[in-house]
Write a protein that binds this ligand. Structure first.
Ligand SMILES: [Mg+2]
Length: 175
């Protein structure tokens, strides 16, 4: 059985203050003339940045925080399971660069031949495409894959891809 893992909150916890990132992205967009609603969360801002053709500037802010947070990331229980499972991939909403740093930080990179990050394509979870891309690159079938994640967005991603889903807490309990 192949196992695809979400990264943040599943394999590691990135040391990122997401509220601070959200404020910085909002300020970046405003400086570039984009009108930002007061209650916009980071994903709303991400989409606004894309629509306004400012996604590169948004990406620079988010990924700088993610890379720093990956270096300081906390190892979670699923990290040990990931080293045991094979084949494994990571499918994350974080940038691929941050995923590689976090995996390297915890000596997991050799166990993860496939990383599909936010910048791997024009879609993001809960769109099933990034998960299907990870499965395809592993050379396995959705029906023989389990996706392990920590959020409802992950669960919906798996559902859309026709892949079994298990919450990280449950996956660690089963081990
Ligand atoms: Mg997560």
């Amino acid at each position: 059985m192949a196992v695809v893992y979400d990264l943040d909150g599943t394999v590691v916890r990135l040391a990122v203050d997401w509220d601070a990132v959200t404020r910085e992205v909002a300020a970046t967009l405003e400086r570039r003339g984009v009108t930002v609603p007061d209650d916009a969360d980071l994903w709303k801002l991400f989409r606004l940045g894309r629509e306004a053709d400012q996604i590169d500037a948004v990406e620079r802010v988010i990924s700088a925080h993610e890379r720093a947070g990956a270096r300081e990331s906390e190892r979670l229980a699923c990290a040990d399971l990931l080293a045991r499972d094979a084949p494994t991939a990571v499918c994350s909403l974080n940038s691929g660069g941050a995923c590689h740093i976090a995996l390297g930080q915890h000596r997991l990179r050799e166990h993860v031949p496939v990383v599909v990050g936010r910048d791997a394509g024009p879609w993001e979870k809960p769109d099933p495409e990034p998960l299907l891309a990870a499965i395809d690159r592993l050379g396995v079938e959705p029906a023989e894959t389990t996706f392990v994640g920590d959020g409802e967005r992950d669960e919906r991603t798996a559902e859309g891809a026709g892949v079994e889903f298990v919450y990280a807490s449950e996956w660690a309990r089963r081990a």
